[in-house]
Design a protein around this ligand. Structure first.
Ligand SMILES: Cc1ncc(C[n+]2csc(CCOP(=O)(O)OP(=O)(O)O)c2C)c(N)n1
Length: 910
């Protein structure tokens, strides 16, 4: 060690300099120091504590061994979670943490040697044995933490400091212990009540994971203390009823009435849903006496589908109620371990979490990790070590914690809440527990896990475990446990006697009051559309804004030309598609409706028509014209999305149900990609009003049309949407004119109800010279469900071609070229609700004509079978592509030939 004697005088400046040199070129410094620096995470730790320890190490003359000890300390921080005692019912599998002395070239003989490295942990003059024991207390008890993957130094240091200074001495005051026990009491009472009263009924009990209840209670209390005013919870079936009763304060009475399967008196409200899918809102009072708004989102069976909806909810709440202060609203997602590991949408929401368009200030993810998914063991359920593997995407910390150690769980969730409020990022708590019964209460778990369930059947519940822990801890705690036991019994008795609970009365928030003013739609609402016209002054005003370029923005020439064309189109009285769309947005903004839109590349528009923002060529700064129409106006929020459909559509849907006076739009890059979000369409958009009485005015813009782009970029699969259409659940449209599109969008906000709108939007029509509208169609018209034919001679008409969307222009070209006054072309602009009366009126105009439905799509796709559902249309004839497996051909020549043949057939001699 003589070689290091000069280190005796090492001062902190010298160490800093040496370290700097090491980072530049590790080989340039003394090998002893090199080893030393390699040994621990020096870069993030050059603080007083480490400098002191380094000096101490230098003085000790034991630098090389010190380096090994430091390496060991760091390794515990990195990998001791693999050893921690987090599993309440079985031994953890050996995950090879490599934390033995031999892994660090240390030996038993070193155990009694004092090492300066202890100072890193706040230990003075400690032997290696003491250091290891301290590390094991911190990192290998009921909590295992993953945080060393966080590259942000401030975050990592905060975590380390906060955790290492407290985790080995969780010492809650008695009052807090009392609250934990009270919450465990409630959780256990609820399940035992239901099991007595509703034997064998499915309730997806929380048993085995009851600590979830005190954990959620602690999240609410801690977050509220740190400034959260509202919490939006998304969760699946497991423990949902317990959460509703004991966290959301939904009364037992209410829950049981649903348990009995009672249908609401008002059956016009829809088909309803099973009890463990329903949503709920309440106000609860925290420990400190603050009121917090709680929302549990209604969700479908599809696990994790609700996640992005909750995020959209939370974002909208923050935008609308809390002035974009995302700290005020906290999303909490409760996951099952199998679902969290297996569902891809979880990755999508992780990727969204820090993006400007989807940021919600960080989500707390709480995993009820009962170590099983239905009948599937974890080793068939994931490749990652933990179900929380996705946390690495966002470099989020993860707490793995033993669900039988209630205080450890509370410690973790409180620290997680602090982390979220400090760093505004996602954080995960993986509470390892077990499932007392089968997947549901009628299910036999021993078919597949007999040994495990032998263990579980004798394992005491978390309330009993905590009661025992308190009894063993000391006299006062034992007294508390005894009292709480008495309270537990009387609570159970109260519940059995149905003694009434008294929740805090719920005062609806402003947007909820708005929702209350809406009514359900009736078929009469669709006979004629409301007036959605605007004045010429309004059009001019919006166009002025749309063509304005501020002094500080110097767009490229092409963009300048695009803006100029907006003005010219007005001068020429021929407004193209983009103007129809932008004028709809502009006019709604002036009328008090916020607009939010997202999707892939929506700002410019995939087909370069929208140009909702313009960019400065030099600075890259952008300007959104629609936000500067006039001083007092609503907000236009538009975001290019990440390359996701499922989560992004869910997010926009969540936003739409939160903001009744806002228009929320999602655009697919091509309509076909919407099938990546099929769960959102099936489970939420088309059915939520019927299942959960939740309206949404969301708009799906789905580029559609046969233009020779092949199998994937032709069809948005209208047949799927039409298959789902019933009971006025949504609007399905395919417009042919910019003005009609304008009215369609505006109508969304003018109705005294809300309906999702699915629009098949054009690609080639965006620039088609005939797909333009005169100003009059904006100022003196409304949405036309059906557009008749003014060209034909009424008495001569022998055939009516009904069609929808872009194919109209192909048919029109043929009609005009051949001067076919005997073939009328009728555009059905709204497919659903079917404008039956208007169609009937048209057929009466031409009583001798045959009716033909013309579609570009193959026979087994498009709207054909939808038409056939109506008896009046059974004698219609079809002109379409032949039934096909793939929506379109891949060769452009074949496409052209098909298109010509289609049009020829439509006009073939009669
Ligand atoms: C997307 C989806 N696929 C399949 C199912 C059927 N299913 C219901 S519960 C379940 C197991 C869920 O396990 P886990 O996520 O661990 O939650 P637990 O039920 O154990 O609480 C499955 C596969 C579903 N509901 N959703």
């Amino acid at each position: 060690m003589e070689g290091y004697s000069y280190l005796n005088n090492a001062d902190s400046g010298y160490i800093d300099a040496l370290y700097e040199e090491y980072t530049q070129n590790p080989l340039s410094i003394d090998p002893g120091w090199r080893k030393f620096f390699e040994g621990f995470e020096f870069a993030s730790n050059l603080n007083g504590k480490t400098r002191e320890a380094i000096r101490g190490a230098a003085v000790s003359g034991n630098v090389e061994k010190e380096a090994l000890v430091w390496k060991l300390i760091n390794a515990y921080r990195e990998r001791a979670h693999l050893l921690s005692d987090t599993n309440p019912i079985r031994q953890r599998r050996n995950r090879h943490p490599h934390l033995d002395l031999s892994d660090f070239d240390l030996a038993e003989t070193d155990l009694e040697t004092k090492f300066q490295g202890g100072r890193l942990l706040g230990l003075e003059n400690s032997s290696l044995a003491e250091i290891i024991s301290h590390l094991q207390n911190l990192y290998c008890k009921s909590i295992g933490v993953e945080f060393m993957h966080i590259t942000n130094k401030e975050e990592r240091d905060w975590f380390k400091q906060r955790y290492e200074s407290t985790a080995d001495k969780i010492n809650f005051p008695l009052e807090k212990c009392k609250r934990i026990l009270a919450k465990l009491n409630e959780a256990v009472v609820f399940e035992s009540f239901l099991s007595t009263k509703y034997v064998g009924q499915k309730r997806f009990s929380l048993e085995g994971g009851e600590t979830t209840i005190p954990a959620l209670d602690a999240i609410i209390n801690k977050s509220s203390e740190l400034g959260v005013e509202e919490i939006i919870i998304g969760m699946a079936h497991r423990g949902r009823l317990n959460v509703l009763a004991n966290i959301m304060c939904k009364t037992y009475e209410y829950i049981f009435s649903e348990f009995e399967g009672n249908q609401p008196k008002d059956v016009t409200m829809g088909d309803g849903d099973v009890k463990y899918h329903l949503g709920f809102s309440s106000t609860v009072q925290t420990e400190q006496g603050n009121n917090v708004y709680l929302k549990l989102a209604a969700n479908p069976s599809h696990l994790e589908a609700v996640d992005s909806v909750v995020e959209g909810f939370a974002r909208c709440k923050a935008d609308l109620i809390y002035d974009e202060d995302y700290k005020k609203v906290l999303p909490v997602l409760i996951h099952g371990d199998a679902a969290l590991a297996g569902q891809g949408v979880v990755y999508e929401i992780a990727q969204m979490s820090q993006l400007p368009g989807y940021y919600t200030g960080g989500t707390i993810h709480f995993v009820i990790n009962n170590q099983i998914g239905f009948t599937t063991d974890w080793d068939d359920a994931r490749s990652s070590t933990y179900s929380t593997g996705v946390a690495m995407v966002t470099e989020s910390p993860v707490f793995h914690v033993n669900g039988d150690d209630a205080e450890a769980v509370i410690y973790c969730v409180e620290m997680a809440a602090e982390y979220r409020m400090k760093f505004h990022k996602d954080v995960y708590i993986d509470m390892v527990c077990y499932r007392r019964h089968g997947h549901n209460e009628a299910d036999e778990p021993k078919y597949t896990q007999p040994a495990l369930y032998n263990i579980i059947s004798t394992h005491p519940n978390p309330r009993e475990v905590y009661t025992q822990a308190l009894i063993q801890r000391g006299e006062i705690e034992a007294e508390l446990a005894k009292n709480m036991e008495i309270q537990f019994k009387s609570l159970l008795q109260d519940r059995l006697n149905m003694v009434k609970q008294q929740p805090i009365p719920y005062t609806p928030q402003a947007p909820e009051v708005d929702w209350l003013s809406f009514r359900k739609a009736t078929p009469e609402d669709f006979v004629e559309s409301p007036d959605t016209s605007v004045s010429l002054e309004t059009i001019k005003k919006i166009t002025d804004a749309l063509t304005f370029i501020p002094d500080n923005i110097h767009p490229i020439k092409k963009a300048i030309d695009e803006l100029a064309r907006r003005k010219t189109s007005l001068d020429n009285n021929a407004l193209p598609w983009a103007m129809g769309e932008l004028l709809a947005y502009g006019s709604l903004l002036l009328e008090g409706n916020d607009i939010r839109m997202s999707g892939q590349d929506v700002i410019r528009g995939t087909f370069s028509h929208r140009h909702a923002e313009i960019w400065d060529e030099q600075t890259g700064e952008s300007y959104c014209n629609l936000n500067f129409i006039q001083k007092e106006q609503s907000k236009f929020r538009i975001f290019n999305s990440l390359l996701s459909e499922y989560a992004v559509l869910g997010f926009e849907y969540g936003y739409s149900v939160t903001h009744p006076q806002g228009l929320s739009l999602w655009e697919a890059q091509f309509g076909d990609f919407s099938n990546g979000a099929q769960v959102m369409i099936d489970q939420f958009i088309s059915s939520a009003e019927s299942k959960w009485q939740r309206m949404s005015g969301i708009v799906l813009l789905l580029p559609h049309g046969y233009e020779g782009q092949g199998a994937e970029h032709s069809s948005a699969r209208p047949e799927r949407f039409l298959d789902m259409a019933a009971e006025l659940n949504m609007i399905i449209a395919n417009c042919t004119t910019p003005a009609n599109f304008f009215h369609l969008l505006r109508r969304q906000m003018k109705w005294p109800f809300r309906k999702p709108l699915v629009v098949f939007t054009p690609k080639s029509l965006l620039r088609h010279p005939l797909a333009v509208s005169p100003i009059e169609d904006f100022t003196n018209a409304k949405f036309k469900e059906v557009i008749g034919d003014k060209y034909v001679t009424k008495s001569k008409v022998k055939r009516i071609l009904f069609c929808s969307g872009k194919v109209y222009y192909d048919l029109l070209a043929k009609q005009q070229a051949d001067a076919r006054k005997d073939v009328a072309i009728i555009r059905v602009e709204q497919l659903f609700p079917m404008p039956a009366e208007q169609i009937e009126a048209v057929t009466k105009l031409y009583p001798k004509a045959e009716c033909v439905w013309v579609q570009e799509e193959p026979k087994n796709m498009g709207a054909w079978t939808y038409w056939l559902r109506r008896p009046e249309h059974l004698n219609w004839r079809l002109v379409s592509r032949k039934a096909s497996a793939s929506p379109a051909v891949g060769f452009s020549k074949a496409h052209q030939a098909q298109q010509i043949e289609l049009v020829e057939k439509a006009f073939a001699e009669i």
